[in-house]
Design a protein around this ligand. Structure first.
Ligand code: ASP
Length: 336
């Protein structure tokens, strides 16, 4: 009898240890941060944004639920957001100063620290797929412009006519931004008032405990020739390491590059023993604030803890976890 109870107690203990060792499969996504105060969108527009975020969340989460990899979940969620004209990535990307769409994207595997990125592509339908192909099928980490297009062709990735990325909404915003700029000093023009960053990103933790992160963007409205932002820069717009966390950024890319925001968060977690939430808050509310930059991050720890932090008025964001959490939000304070 005693040995029965001992065995029972031991198996309970083993069960709880196994549970403790298996972090909850989780996906966190964002659709950009910026001047998103209540009232900016009609109830119908809000519903459309939330529906698309939910769809991306569900697609990514179902990959994880089926035992798929964090990388596959991140890619699936981002492809859906790239294909939606609502966000500034893929279709619906913002316009450069010359009135073009130039896309940047990156992806990183937390298990191997392998990464892939592309900058300034103009014909690849889903830049996140190209970033993944760079990671998996080339010896390099980043391809830019014509070379990236050439690699896409070799990889057999879907390409589209340039006008595929065009939307009336972004064209109007481009025209307005040009107009507004004329009334401002040179310095102010770097960041138009009411600016909204619509980059998309995802971070995921799979059932094997692997983390991945990805980011895709059209960059910033009126960006100058050849300008590359933080989104395809490993350590700034994206980072993933199973030892610490996975991060995707959105905001005024120049600041995110100067602060290597994504890597900083993971380094604080790994070397400083900080929680993902504390590290994300520090980087956004102390370091980014101090430089005068705007934007936000999503971050997901190897233990399943997560943070969605921004210093702008809002950030399109959503999370779904095996732990039971489901949240889709646009506005408001977000300590978490
Ligand atoms: N971070 C992006 C960039 O600077 C913009 C964004 O997040 O919307 O290119």
């Amino acid at each position: 009898m005693r040995s029965f109870f001992l065995g029972f107690a031991l198996s309970l203990l083993a069960g709880s240890v196994a549970l403790a060792q298996t972090p909850p499969a989780t996906i966190v996504i964002h659709g950009g941060a910026g001047a998103l105060a209540p009232g900016r969108y009609s109830p119908e527009e809000e519903a459309a944004y939330k529906a698309k975020l939910t769809e991306a969340l569900d697609i990514g989460y179902s990959v994880l639920e089926d035992g798929g990899s964090a990388l596959d979940a991140v890619e699936a969620a981002i492809v859906l957001l790239e294909d939606s004209p609502l966000f500034n990535a893929g279709k619906g990307a913002v316009f450069t100063r010359e009135g073009k769409n130039e896309l940047d994207a990156s992806i990183m595997d937390g298990a191997s620290l392998n990464a892939g990125a592309v900058a300034g592509v103009v014909k690849v339908k889903n830049p996140i797929r190209l970033a993944r192909a760079v990671m998996e099928n080339s010896e390099h980490v980043m391809f830019a412009r014509d070379g990236a297009e050439e690699f896409a062709k070799q990889q057999g990735l879907e390409t589209v006519k340039k006008k595929y990325f065009y939307t009336d909404k972004r064209w109007r915003a481009y025209k307005e931004a040009l107009q507004a700029e004329k009334q401002k000093s040179d310095k102010e023009s770097a960041m138009p008032a009411g600016f909204k960053y619509g980059t998309v990103g995802a971070v995921a933790l799979d059932k094997n405990g692997n983390l991945a992160a990805g980011t895709s963007t059209g960059g910033m409205t009126l960006k100058r020739y050849g300008r590359v932002g933080d989104s395809p820069i490993i350590g700034a717009g994206v980072y993933a390491d199973n030892k610490s966390c996975a991060v995707s950024s959105t905001g005024h890319g120049e600041y995110f590059m100067r602060l290597t925001i994504a890597r900083d968060i993971c380094a604080q977690v790994e070397y400083g023993g900080r929680s993902v939430e504390d590290a994300a808050n520090d980087v956004i509310h102390n370091r980014l604030d101090a430089l005068g930059g705007g934007g936000g991050v999503i971050a997901l720890g190897a233990d399943g803890s997560y943070a969605m932090v921004f210093n702008s008025k809002g950030m399109f964001r959503a999370v779904k976890s095996e732990s039971g959490v489901v949240e889709v939000a646009i506005y408001g304070e977000a300590a978490k």
